[in-house]
Design a protein around this ligand. Sequence first.
Ligand SMILES: [Zn+2]
Length: 438
Amino acid sequence: MKNLYSNKILKNALLAALGALTLAGLGYAAVSENYDVVVRKKNGGYEIASRPLEGLIARDAFETDHFRVVWKKEEETLTLDRIAQIAEETKTIHKDDPLWADRDADRIRLMAANVLYHAEAAHRFFTDRLASEDVKKLEKIVIRLDLTNKYSQFERFANDNYQPQYNNALSIEAGKPLKPRPGVGPWQREIWFRPEKKIPIGEILAQLPEDPANAQIREARAELYPMQIDLAFRNTLYAAFQSRLDSAGYIDSIVRQGGTMLLMEGAFQVLKVVNRVIIPQKFYLETAMVPEIIYHEFSHIALSDYMHPDLSTPVNEGMADFFAASVADSPKLAKKIRAYSTAVGKNGNKRQFFQMELETLGKAQSDYVLGLLWGLRDVLGEKPATNLIFGARKFLTTKDSDIRTGLVTALLRSCETACESPLRDRMLIHQYLQDRGL
Ligand SMILES: [Zn+2]
């Protein structure tokens, strides 16, 4: 009896020691700490609420096993101490810069906690819900806040003075410098968030080649996008999306790279929560505050083993937004995507639809892809459809895959392995695509 008892103590002590050793081997014991983040309410709106950040390497550092949040071009993980320092520095350096007016320690902490909280949620969606072994094996992704540098495939950060970027977000691929030199080495995949910048809507509209508020087009938009955002904002978004004035280097810097109009509405609702009021006639977007934009960027990373995020195409962006909407799991958003799809469906003549929406070029087509993919959930069921669409990435490339041939073929090929009953399901998919003019 006594022996058994002491054996048990010994065994427990050994187990405890082993546990400590394992933790020591990992270098840290994960902790959880509550931080304010932006969350969706049941009614579809947003609020700022306290949530636990789980799996932190330390209570005061914005780093987990999967992500590391850093400030601008810095390499060190953002900590509470560093945030206090940044807030103090900006008070003196940028005291006359309106861009910095509300960038205090509270705001920076909210941004850091928010990107980490939602990036983890997106990561969990792919590893737990989709059981993706590929996402489980991802390297630790660096998330940059407040970075204005353009991306350079030879340098990672383009020169500070070259076209600073605002109001958008993007994912970059791993790469290495053209000429390695001290301080400039290879980099892994990263997600970048730009700071917000308030730009007068009039200035944006003035740079457009033609009047974007053309009455006929506006009517078509109202039918296709049953949204509640202000008409002025909606038209500005369209205007920004429409523009291909790359040489101006201005308009292309104001919205996030690609993505769909449907998810952008959420962005503007977050804006109201974070800023309390929307300044009329000004366009701005703090992308790090918007859960759906964080999901969208992480989805690009999760798809990037086949679909490189170096180019915005309707298929690439529509796929990323399909997963962004799936992670968000909001009935209200789902309803909007369906309403949009139905409006497009009602239109009947797809050729006419694409011509009418040519003004928005790839953007309207990204929405079309999102609606198309979302509808597959009704045909095959939510989980089988999501698995099928994730599998389709293996047959897609960013550069060469269009909707009509590339996406259709990829879905049917993915079905061969991902569908429960490939023969039956391929027929269902065929029928569904045909009904939608494909
Ligand atoms: Zn994108």
